[in-house]
Design a protein around this ligand. Structure first.
Ligand code: SAM
Ligand code: DTB
Ligand code: SF4
Length: 337
């Protein structure tokens, strides 16, 4: 197995350095704009680099569900929370391929395989590499989200044909400890650096609605924007509250604050695809439409996220039709310009 030494991340944004504080303050000022002014700015930035009527479609599949040793407070798949999600074995290749073919037939251009691991052990990686090879051979873009990566694993994934690796910062550096205790923010930055050094595209975002403050939402976006280069894809998830997780029953985020978060992400990350991610099933269509207006240009597409629901594909196609929006084809979806 190849062994590489991970150089320190080019920017370790802990949120405390003076330049990091200034970046957060600039982003907080965006949040404070009147709603119409913020949306106008976001839409202007969006139109400079993207077709405002095009949206990229990614379909998720949980290839290893439940039984995760980590303690992420939002997650239904943690073995520490009693959510009713069972610890299942890794899916067989034919089941993954059937799901990928169905996603392609429905119009998705990217297929993202998720596993409820802290990170893959060496024996875990071989079946995932097979999946990546087989999904890539269908002509889909490939993405995986497997947790923390060790030396050489990102390179193995790249060699198998992986295009994107999803690994989220999840929340602000100074709120992180309230949400997860079993791994650090710095661990995440290290995995992101391994992913970059292996030549993979980075999908990295976070979750809002976890009880964080607006300043902490700004700090999350500042940390994402400080990644150098910025992630190609930035999922903005609204917390899906799952019974049995510590965050079930947390006060929800107002729709206007969610739309603001998307708009601020668009302005701070002008070259990235911003994905309107988890939480759409609970989100009225007009709010989703405002998110597109705010610069979201990607969605998770298909009736399931990993373990929770997502709008039916037909309902999403109808929504895009209603808005005069079109789904991007594979080659178009790969580059912002
Ligand atoms: N275990 C790997 C990891 O944590 O990196 C990969 C799978 S994990 C489920 C991928 C991401 O899903 C998390 O980083 C988090 O951002 C998101 N997620 C998990 N549960 C969620 C929830 N209830 N609501 C919104 N997003 C969630
Ligand atoms: C991301 O940012 N959101 C997706 C994907 N990356 C892996 C996952 C959302 C999970 C929502 C809860 C669930 O379905 O288990
Ligand atoms: Fe495990 Fe990932 Fe869920 Fe955390 S988010 S509990 S690491 S599956």
């Amino acid at each position: 197995m190849p062994s590489t030494t991970v150089k320190p991340a080019r920017r370790r944004d802990t949120g405390h350095a003076p330049d990091a504080r200034a970046r957060v303050a600039r982003i907080e000022a965006l949040f404070a704009l009147p709603f119409a002014d913020l949306l106008h700015r976001a839409q202007t930035v969006h139109r400079e680099r993207f077709d405002p009527n095009a949206v990229q479609l990614s379909t998720l599949l949980s290839v290893k569900t439940g039984g995760c040793p980590e303690d992420c407070a939002y997650c239904p798949q943690s073995a520490r929370h009693r959510t009713g999600v069972a610890d299942e074995p890794v899916l067989p290749l034919d089941a993954v391929l059937a799901a990928a073919r169905a996603a392609r037939a429905a119009g998705a251009t990217r297929f993202c395989m998720g596993a409820a691991w802290r990170g893959p052990k060496e024996r875990d990686l071989a079946p995932v590499l097979e999946m990546v090879r087989a999904v890539k051979a269908l002509g889909l873009e490939t993405c995986a989200t497997l947790g923390l990566l060790r030396d050489g694993q990102a390179e193995q994934l790249k060699a198998a044909g992986l295009d994107y690796y999803n690994h989220n910062l999840d929340t602000a550096p100074d709120y992180y400890g309230e949400i997860i205790s079993t791994r650090t923010f710095a661990d995440r930055l290290e995995t992101l650096e391994r992913v970059r050094q292996a030549g993979l595209r980075v999908c990295c975002g976070g979750i809002v609605g976890m009880g964080e403050s607006r300043a902490q939402r700004a700090a999350l976006i500042a940390a994402l924007a400080a990644l150098d280069p910025p992630p190609e894809s930035v999922p903005i998830n609204m917390l899906v509250q799952v019974e049995g997780t510590p965050l079930a029953g947390a006060p929800g985020l107002d729709w206007s604050e969610f739309v603001r978060t998307v708009a601020v992400a668009r302005i701070a990350l002008p070259t990235s695809y911003v994905r309107l991610s988890a939480g759409r099933q609970e989100m009225p269509e007009p709010v989703q439409a405002l998110c597109f207006l705010a610069g979201a240009n990607s969605i998770f597409y298909g009736e399931k996220l990993l373990t929770t629901g997502n709008p039916e594909a037909a309902a999403d196609r109808a929504l895009l039709d209603k808005l005069g929006m079109r789904a991007l084809g594979g080659a178009e979806a790969l580059r912002p310009d």
